[in-house]
Design a protein around this ligand. Structure first.
Ligand code: GAL
Length: 689
């Protein structure tokens, strides 16, 4: 009955006596912060809340290995047994995220070094170099000890490698990093000639005549070489992935049947890790997400969860962390409003999460995160938060039939690319104001405003099932990607791209002959000069929109190009701002400026109409409801999330109500979605239109 994940996908190994479908529900659990008396109470409350899995021992290295030569597993044995007896499975951490003081005292050479040469000292967490051979040896010793000890423990459901790899140590400029960077560069380029070409070292006398001369882009006198910067970003992401692989290798050697994961951070401006390239190194994808309050806060949650699903190939994934209420690390840490805890959780489930977990189970009484919310707050179980937590547990139990289903792909997708993110925001560019992810998010907000489902997918995704691809600021376009995009359009697909797209190849070399070089012929336009706008400046378009940030000197070069909007003032007055070329039954459109989330729906609506892609929602719900669909061969589940603080009627939306975060109302026969509520409707599977 469940969908068919590829063989590469291995989900949580639930205790063997119970194979019924279920969603996971839980938290990071840090019993080492509490006296033993609290543990039994924890398990009792977990049962009350419906918790069935916890991530354990994440920051326990110092407790598990108090000195270089002593180990203490007794407490972990005891809590593993207690959890198992209480029916709670364990996603057991390898505990390598935060090295203990004895290790950093013995080996200060594992500490990361910043771009300016400062050491990041112990006292917080994640103070280790991803490329330190000494750190690696000690970390793997711990992994081996844990894997050996718990290999046959019945509570062990999955392995949790480290924690948020790269959270605080993605860019390390130490000598270890320099050595590993050279090895990485040799593997990538083979010869110094190839490297010198790729890095464009004829410029500013940067020619390298020996591999030993190569360095990470440490603080320099001026703008560091852009390809060196890009390669260092790629290398840093790969170095962390390499650590993941090293831990995974130990784990799978000792426990081949236990799935391995690590928690990604697809959220906000966290950008150091190219997670699309990590997806094949985990048995199932996990993600941590924290809401950034603001007008696009909920859109951003939906965007991130959607991208996680894209990375996971639409297969189920594990929401490893989010918050029940306030966090402690934003400028002002706002509590969630009633209904938001459950709404946020179910929006992730709608995008494919089969487990919902929080940071953390019990709010700490001491330490840097004592003001971070948890499932059991300082106030204790007699609290609004814990009541919301137990209510969510019931809702997730009712959603058990959703477990194992996949997310239904949309007809439209936004293409997301880490190389373009990193490169488009480099220094020494036409503007320092460009924000890659914000542009992508604005297009996503436009889809939400129109009520049209859109996926967010990495460039390595198969584009062929989509009717529309929106590729905002797709800056890095190697020839192979340009060919794929051309093939997509020639096969009848509709491509929409924007300013600063198609400009450079994989080495960050400009495609010559006029911009946007890699996509110029496909779009049927030619740009001789970029014309970015000063901060705060706006120019008008003849469709009434106001544009900021960027304009281009666009010339139309193909006869089948329609100019859909022109600039009315500013440096490009009279020139095309929005063009669309028809290619057979497909098309290729180009928007040469930034319109922002408020104005993009108009333009997007126009382009989608040309592609005959519309909303699956009733008109009254468009813009107010975020729709995601999960499906098996027989059934489909419509997750309808009210994005507003008002009730929203859902006329003509069919299906049996499987679960809701707040009981929906009825107006005659029409279901009414309460403010901030999510309802899940179950219906027989129908082929997508
Ligand atoms: C995550 C981390 C958790 C906790 C949480 C607080 O980055 O994995 O350990 O610090 O943030 O929001």
């Amino acid at each position: 009955m469940t969908a068919n994940p590829s063989p590469a996908h291995r989900w949580i190994r639930w205790p063997s006596d119970d194979r019924s479908p279920r969603l996971g529900y839980g938290a990071d659990y840090n019993p080492e912060q509490w006296p033993r008396e609290v543990w039994k109470d924890d398990i009792r409350l977990m049962r009350e809340a419906g918790v069935n899995i916890v991530s354990l021992a994440i920051f326990s290295w110092a407790r598990l290995q108090p000195t270089a030569d002593s180990w203490d597993f007794d407490w972990l044995d005891e809590i593993m047994d207690l959890l198992h007896a209480g029916g709670v499975a364990v996603d057991l951490a390898t505990a390598t995220a935060s090295p203990p003081p004895w290790l950093t005292t013995l080996h200060p050479e594992i500490l990361p070094v910043t771009r300016t040469g400062e050491t990041l000292w112990p006292g917080a967490r994640q103070h280790w170099r991803p490329t330190s051979p000494v750190f690696r040896t000690h970390a793997l010793r711990l992994v081996q000890a844990l894997a050996t000890r718990y290999a046959n423990h019945p509570a062990l459901a999955a392995w949790h490698v480290s924690n948020e790899l790269g959270c605080h140590n993605v860019y390390d400029y130490s000598d270890d990093a320099a050595r590993a960077f050279r090895v990485w560069l040799r593997a990538r380029y083979g010869t110094l000639d190839a490297l010198n070409h790729a890095w464009g070292t004829a410029f500013w006398s940067q020619h390298y005549s020996d591999w030993e001369q190569l360095l990470p882009p440490r603080l320099a006198a001026s703008h560091p070489n852009p390809t060196q910067q890009l390669d260092f970003k790629r290398f840093s992401s790969d170095a962390l992935r390499d650590h993941l692989r090293a831990e995974r290798e130990v784990l799978t050697r000792i426990t081949p049947d236990v799935p391995v994961t690590t928690n990604f951070m697809v959220m906000g401006e966290t950008r150091g890790m190219d997670y699309a390239s990590w997806a094949d190194d985990v048995d199932f994808v996990s993600n941590d997400h924290y809401v950034h309050p603001g007008p696009q806060g909920l859109d951003e949650l939906s965007f991130s969860a959607n991208l996680v699903s894209g990375i996971a190939g639409h297969r189920p994934w594990y929401l490893m962390e989010h918050s029940t209420s306030a966090v402690n690390w934003q400028h002002v840490n706002q509590a969630k409003l009633p209904g938001e805890l459950a709404r946020d959780s179910l929006l992730h489930v709608g995008h494919g999460a089969d487990t919902v977990a929080f940071f953390q189970w019990r709010q700490s009484a001491a330490g840097a995160e004592k003001y971070h919310s948890a499932m059991v707050p300082h106030a204790g179980p007699d609290s609004e938060v814990f009541r919301a937590v137990t209510a969510l547990g019931r809702t997730l139990a009712a959603l058990a039939p959703v477990a194992g289903t996949t997310r239904r792909p949309a007809r439209a997708a936004i293409v997301f690319d880490w190389d373009s993110w990193w490169t488009a925001e480099h220094d020494s560019h036409p503007t320092a104001l460009l924000r890659y992810r914000q542009e992508a998010l604005d297009w996503y907000s436009a889809f939400l405003a129109l009520g049209v489902r859109a996926d967010v997918v990495p460039t390595r995704a198969d584009f062929s099932g989509y009717d529309v691809l929106v590729a905002p600021v797709l800056h890095v376009v190697p020839t192979a990607l340009a060919d794929r995009l051309r093939g997509f359009v020639e096969a009848g697909g509709h491509l929409v791209t924007t300013y600063f797209s198609g400009i450079v190849d994989e080495n960050d070399h400009v495609h010559l002959g006029g911009h946007p070089g890699a996509l110029r012929d496909l779009l049927g336009i030619r740009v001789e000069e970029f014309a970015p706008l000063p901060e705060g400046a706006e120019v008008g378009l003849d469709d009434g929109n106001r544009a900021t940030l960027w304009t281009d000197a666009v010339t139309v070069t193909a006869t089948d190009v329609l100019t859909l909007a022109r600039y009315t003032d500013g440096p490009q007055a009279g020139r095309p701002a929005l063009t669309r070329r028809t290619v057979g039954t497909g098309s290729a459109a180009y928007l040469s400026t930034r319109l922002g989330a408020e104005q993009l729906p108009g333009v997007l609506g126009q382009l989608l109409a040309g592609a005959d892609v519309g909303s699956e929602l009733p008109e009254a719900a468009c813009g107010r409801v975020d729709l995601t669909i999960r499906q098996s061969a027989e059934e489909e589940f419509w997750f309808l999330t009210n994005r507003t603080a008002d009730p929203v009627p859902l006329p003509s939306v069919e299906g049996e109500l499987l679960a809701a975060t707040v009981e929906p109302g009825r107006d005659a026969d029409v279901l009414v979605l309460p403010p901030r509520a999510v309802a899940v409707l179950r219906r027989p599977h129908r082929a997508a239109d």
